[in-house]
Design a protein. Structure first.
Length: 95
């Protein structure tokens, strides 16, 4: 792992940033995919990695890759418990 990425993870995590902030910075600023970012965070010594997502891009294959990369927890949010409302808000997304 590059020293600058490890320092970013250590600095962000040490400053109280949550895992989503750290992972977002890695994906956005360092052109990593979420699996690579999760692995980098775990490799930097972060004990518990959790993400929150609306699940739109989450496939069975991607979920397996995230688990293999060290993801400890995932929160999947719905726009509504009613299928019609959820799909109206999240166009193109299956409930």
């Amino acid at each position: 792992m590059k020293t600058e990425i490890k320092k970013l993870i250590t600095d962000l995590h040490g400053s109280g940033s949550n895992n989503n902030d750290v992972l977002t910075a890695l994906v956005r600023d360092h052109n990593m995919d979420l699996t690579q970012a999760t692995q980098a965070v775990k490799d930097a010594g972060v004990k518990f990695v959790r993400i929150a997502t609306n699940g739109t891009l989450l496939t069975a294959s991607r979920a397996r890759s995230l688990v293999k990369s060290g993801l400890d927890s995932i929160i999947v949010s719905l726009e509504d418990i009613d299928r019609d409302v959820h799909e109206r808000i999240r166009k193109g997304c299956d409930y």
